[in-house]
Design a binder for this molecule. Structure first.
Ligand SMILES: Cc1ncc(C[n+]2csc(CCOP(=O)(O)OP(=O)(O)O)c2C)c(N)n1
Ligand code: SF4
Ligand SMILES: [Mg+2]
Length: 324
């Protein structure tokens, strides 16, 4: 979703891998797990944004594993913020920079402000602050939600982004109850796109498609204003698979029509307890997204005028309608 651009033209779209900048601004010296796609998102994010960038990060794996005492992988200025505060931190920093530049206290130049959050911090706890930030059209900041589909840092608890049926420490599969978690994943980019006309750009990405992700980051920063990017990040620890398959799972997730294909599910230990009927249910829900939703993956209903049966509207005159 894009409207007008406030771009300076300093971050052009990347044409292909050969065009990707060499400079690394998120380097070694962190302790994320082997195969951690969220760490790759951080690397791509700041590589795309370039050195004139401030990164703010809310509590979670990308804070804790990236700030071991006395070491940091961040080459750019970086600050930790409270778990639910990525939206507030982004807006406050962008507003602070604007004031300092207006008062002539710092050089008037384009400085990118990016605040990241996990799915727990962003889709659950901090959704209010992100929503508020997306209403402030006068400030340039990007909120990036890296979604590893659990509260990973505190040992894989269930979040609103955990997929239907997945095993987490809060939703173990038992002998009496095979599926503990039976809610469908909340669609955050869809929600935010729907109600925030001042937000100039909202996108979803995946580190397995690195150039595409970097271009989305650049587009957001070039368009300016409050923007939002949501990434899906395979997490070997939480999803229970060998780290060598992270990129492959990212590809599968996108290729299979937003994540759930049979093969995609069976590759992860967190779905190992699924019976055939669970896989079928999952597939039916995905098919429904593509065949019945107004916009697949985003708007879970059709417009009443197009198909009134979806809303179960009784078209008979009132006196002829059945009473319960
Ligand atoms: C207000 C608050 N509640 C709980 C915690 C404990 N805590 C620290 S990290 C974390 C998990 C965050 O999950 P997510 O945002 O998805 O990031 P991830 O760890 O998955 O990268 C929790 C619950 C905290 N730091 N602050
Ligand atoms: S638990 Fe998952 S998100 Fe956290 S560092 Fe490990 S792979 Fe990355
Ligand atoms: Mg998480």
């Amino acid at each position: 979703m894009a409207v007008e651009t406030h771009g300076t033209g300093t971050l052009p779209q990347i044409k292909g891998v050969k065009d990707v900048p060499y400079e690394e601004l998120f380097v070694s010296g962190h302790r994320t797990c082997q195969g951690c796609e969220s760490a790759l998102v951080m690397r791509h994010m700041v590589k795309a944004a370039g050195p004139r960038t401030i990164v703010l990060g809310s509590t979670g794996c990308m804070y804790v594993a990236n700030t071991t005492y006395y070491t940091t992988p961040w080459v750019v200025p970086w600050m930790h913020t409270q778990l639910g505060a990525s939206g507030s931190a982004a807006l406050g920093t962008a507003a602070g920079l604007k004031v300092l530049m207006r008062k002539g206290k710092i050089k008037n130049e384009k400085i990118n402000v990016i605040a990241f959050c996990g799915d727990g911090g962003g889709a659950d706890m901090g959704i209010g602050a992100i929503s508020a930030t997306l209403t402030h059209k006068d400030y340039n900041c990007l909120v990036l939600l890296y979604d590893n589909e659990s509260y990973a840092n505190t040992d894989i608890q269930l979040s609103s982004q955990t997929p239907y049926g997945a095993v987490t420490t809060f939703s173990p599969s038992g002998t009496k109850k095979r599926l503990m978690h039976t809610r469908w994943k909340k669609n955050v980019p869809g929600m935010l796109a729907a109600g925030h006309p001042e937000s100039r750009y909202i996108a979803a990405g995946c580190a397995a498609y690195a150039v595409d992700l970097m271009n989305k980051i650049r587009k957001a920063l070039e368009i300016g204003g409050p923007t939002f990017v949501h990434t899906l990040d395979p997490c070997p620890k939480g999803w229970d698979y060998h780290p060598q398959y992270s990129q492959e799972l990212g590809h599968l997730a996108v290729e299979c029509g937003i994540w759930p294909l049979y093969e995609y599910l069976k590759r992860q230990g967190r779905f190992a307890h699924f019976a055939e009927e669970d896989v079928e249910h999952f597939q039916t829900q995905v098919d429904k997204m593509w065949t019945e939703w107004l916009i697949p993956g985003v708007i879970p209903f059709t417009i009443a005028a197009k198909d009134q049966t979806i809303l179960k509207i009784d078209k008979k005159p009132l006196h002829e309608q059945k009473t319960a």
